[in-house]
Design a protein around this ligand. Structure first.
Ligand SMILES: Cc1ncc(COP(=O)(O)O)c(C=O)c1O
Length: 414
């Protein structure tokens, strides 16, 4: 089997950046294949969080040294995320507790400008965080319809094209599936929504760790992601196209700033974690090359993407070769696919598979991972869902070998 990790990419060097990767179970290192649920963080991110508490801990918009430092640090984080996303300005980047909370805030704001009978499209493939907030609009008379998912966990684009119409106000779609690794056709969604003047919202939580993002080129109106999936802390991120957030009736205190990016940021943010978001963006950039932070991030993401894809293909092929294993989701022959692979083992519930993997020090998740709708539609829910393994920038060939050996042993033990 070809082992074609990117030649300029030294994964063993990179692993030294992540303190958690030295954790052992008995005499063997833990294998972290649970990146889709949250990646480990490099030392520089941990240091940035600690440094904030040691030096600059204060509230914002005050008149003394540490409050000014806090303001500056939050501005820097917006700039770093703007570079990460290809956003034209730091003022297009808002922070929140997590993606789900930001999506609910947006939903409440958007519905105030919608009328009963307006339509919103969601997908059957998405994580519940990109469904529940839009389904809640039904309470206001909004018609929420689902773009169907097909048996290979790809979206039915013919159905999508027929569902977008003059009444459509919003299409909310994931960029990559956290359960099956499918990458969705955001460009097509953009074309369809543009034709009817609908808004396009993209959940990039699972896409952001694996592919460079250019929100301007993608032409999305809103994009949501979460830093803890790309080597940062637990912070939700919202990109809103220029002038859009200022026009929304967000939930706001009388005392709160009325303009973007603050218009949707309620209460006090997690400043220390936001310092960690800058560090995570800079960590990724440090792996790449180029004149600007943006150029270094894009080159790093392309290089990491090639490493992850090579391992993802090995993982997919290795699991597919085990007779008792059924790999779900699209194949790797499709040009774009996240390196996240879900599978079932005949005669074993995913929970049992993950417990057996856990005993061998392999971190993998079972169930539906909040992507309950596709797991349900594909008929996997009553069987306990699937076992999911994901490749991150620190994943090695040895990790994949250990997983494959362990799954073969589980399959033999049936
Ligand atoms: C694709 C996807 N969307 C949304 C979310 C929710 O993100 P958060 O935990 O930041 O609310 C997740 C979390 O797993 C996810 O994988």
């Amino acid at each position: 089997m070809a082992r074609s990790a990117h030649p300029q990419y030294n994964v063993h060097e990179r692993r030294k950046d992540f303190p958690a990767l030295s954790r052992m179970i008995g005499t063997t290192p833990l294998v972290y294949l649970d990146g889709p649920a949250g990646t480990q963080v490099p030392r520089s991110v941990i240091d940035a969080i600690v440094r904030y508490y040691e030096t600059s801990n204060a509230n914002t918009h005050g008149q003394f040294l540490t409050t000014r430092e806090t303001d500056a640090l939050i501005s820097e984080a917006r700039s770093a995320v703007a570079a990460f996303l290809g956003a034209g300005s730091p003022s297009l980047v808002s922070f929140g507790a997590n993606m789900t909370t930001l999506a609910f805030s947006l939903s409440r704001a958007l519905v105030r400008s919608f009328r009963p009978g307006d339509e919103v499209l969601i997908t059957q493939l998405d994580h519940e965080a990109n469904r529940g907030p839009w389904l809640a609009m039904r309470e206001h008379g909004i018609i929420v319809r689902e773009i169907p998912v097909k048996a290979d966990a790809t979206l039915d684009y013919a159905a999508m094209a027929s569902m977008v119409n003059e009444r459509t106000r919003l299409v909310a779609m994931g960029w990559a599936s956290n359960a099956f690794g499918t990458v969705n056709d955001v460009a097509l969604a953009r074309k369809l929504t543009y034709r009817v003047g609908a808004l396009l919202l993209v959940d990039a939580v699972h896409y952001a760790p694996h592919f460079p993002i250019d929100v301007s080129a993608a032409g999305v109106d809103f994009l949501l992601c979460s830093a803890y999936k790309f080597y940062g802390p637990h912070v939700g991120i919202l990109y809103c196209r220029e002038n859009l957030l200022d026009s929304l009736a967000t939930d706001r205190l009388r005392t709160q700033d009325a303009v973007a990016p603050l218009r949707i940021e309620t209460g006090t943010q997690n400043h220390a974690a936001i310092a960690g978001v800058t560090a995570a963006s800079e960590y990724i950039a440090s792996l790449g090359q180029g004149e600007t932070l943006r150029a270094r991030i894009v080159s790093a993401m392309a290089m990491v993407g090639r490493h992850e894809r090579a391992l993802g293909q090995r993982l997919h092929a290795g699991l597919s070769a085990i007779a008792a294993v059924t790999v779900q989701g699209p194949p790797f022959t499709k040009t774009r696919r996240a390196p996240t692979v879900s599978f079932t083992v005949d005669g074993k519930r995913p929970e049992e598979v993950c417990a057996a993997l856990g005993e061998k020090g392999i971190c993998a998740w079972d169930g539906h991972f909040y992507a309950i709708r596709p797991v349900e539609v594909l008929g996997l829910l009553e069987r306990g869902g699937v076992t999911r393994v994901g490749v991150s920038l620190y994943t090695t060939d040895e990790d994949i070998d250990r997983l494959l050996d362990a799954v073969r042993a589980i399959a033999r033990s049936r």
